[in-house]
Design a protein around this ligand. Structure first.
Ligand SMILES: Cc1cc2nc3c(=O)[nH]c(=O)nc-3n(C[C@H](O)[C@H](O)[C@H](O)COP(=O)(O)OP(=O)(O)OC[C@H]3O[C@@H](n4cnc5c(N)ncnc54)[C@H](O)[C@@H]3O)c2cc1C
Length: 240
């Protein structure tokens, strides 16, 4: 454990465990019409497989997309976790504890490419680049604030105050970590809300930092379930 703060502009997403493939979707859907079938039987006609997945997505037959599982390790600022854990359905979470362990001084600093200035009114605004001066002021003020709050945390711990009480001094820019497990259907719902995408039929305006997490999750999922991912895009990125 070091007391020297680390500043990060990125997030970590690792797919740590999975049982997820397009065949799982076909297998679940085909029981409706064919009863039990072998996996070889199910996936032997690629065009038919693609067509069936597209039909399920288009007509919002969602349950065949639930018979799979992906577990991600995510490390991101606490304010991202607050947004993330609003996704209740089809998600399981376990997060590191600020009661049972001393929290490490890892803090979020927006990168050079983070748009800093908000224009317009809530619900109808855009973000534009900050000036170099704004970036410099932001970096300095955030670093000072993080250092000060972490020093206060350390002082309280040294004075014998319990971790669960002392942590109240820490900001939402502190990094946390969790395992998050979902299925393709719950992930699609999350991606529909937490990414901005040209193929989205219903536009969403997520905060950039949760979108950074979502984009990394989407890349892993697209590799595991390419037909399902393509159908999601082709049907306006609306979860079935
Ligand atoms: C751009 C953006 C801005 C946001 N701003 C705010 C904000 O200012 N303040 C704020 O508090 N939150 C905000 N949120 C969070 C938002 O309100 C949702 O809580 C979050 O996006 C999770 O979505 P969800 O409830 O659809 O997901 P899930 O909880 O995963 O639910 C999935 C679906 O299950 C169904 N469902 C789940 N629970 C119920 C229920 N109790 N009753 C009926 N149907 C249910 C719904 O169809 C729901 O869409 C924001 C989200 C986004 C994307």
């Amino acid at each position: 454990m070091t007391d020297t703060p680390t500043f990060r502009s990125d997030v970590t997403v690792e797919l740590v465990k999975h049982s997820a493939s397009d065949t799982d979707v076909l297998w679940a859907a085909r029981v409706s019409t064919a009863g039990e079938q072998s996996l070889e039987e199910i996936s032997k006609d690629p065009e038919r497989s693609k067509g069936l997945i597209n039909y399920l997505m288009r007509d919002r037959h969602g349950s065949p997309f639930e018979h799979n599982s992906m577990t991600f390790f995510v490390s991101a600022p606490i304010f991202v976790f607050r947004e993330f854990m609003r996704h209740r359905v089809g998600w399981s979470y376990n997060e590191e504890s600020g009661r049972y362990r001393e929290l490490e001084p890892v803090f979020y600093l927006p990168g050079e490419d983070r748009k800093l200035v908000q224009r317009g009114r809530p619900g109808k605004y855009e973000f534009v680049d900050g000036t170099p001066e704004q970036h410099a002021a932001l970096g300095k003020t955030m670093e000072d604030s993080y250092r000060q709050s972490y020093a206060a945390y350390q002082e309280l711990l040294a004075a014998g105050i319990a971790r669960e009480v002392a942590r109240a001094t820490l900001p939402v820019g502190l990094f946390s970590s969790m395992y998050a497990t979902c299925n393709a259907r719950s992930l699609m719902h999350f991606l529909g809300l937490r990414t901005q995408h040209e193929q989205a039929r219903v536009p969403s305006f997520p905060q950039r930092e949760i979108e950074m997490v979502a984009e990394k999750m989407e890349a892993e999922w697209a590799r595991l379930m390419p037909l399902t991912h393509a159908a999601f895009n082709a049907n306006g990125r609306v979860a079935p």
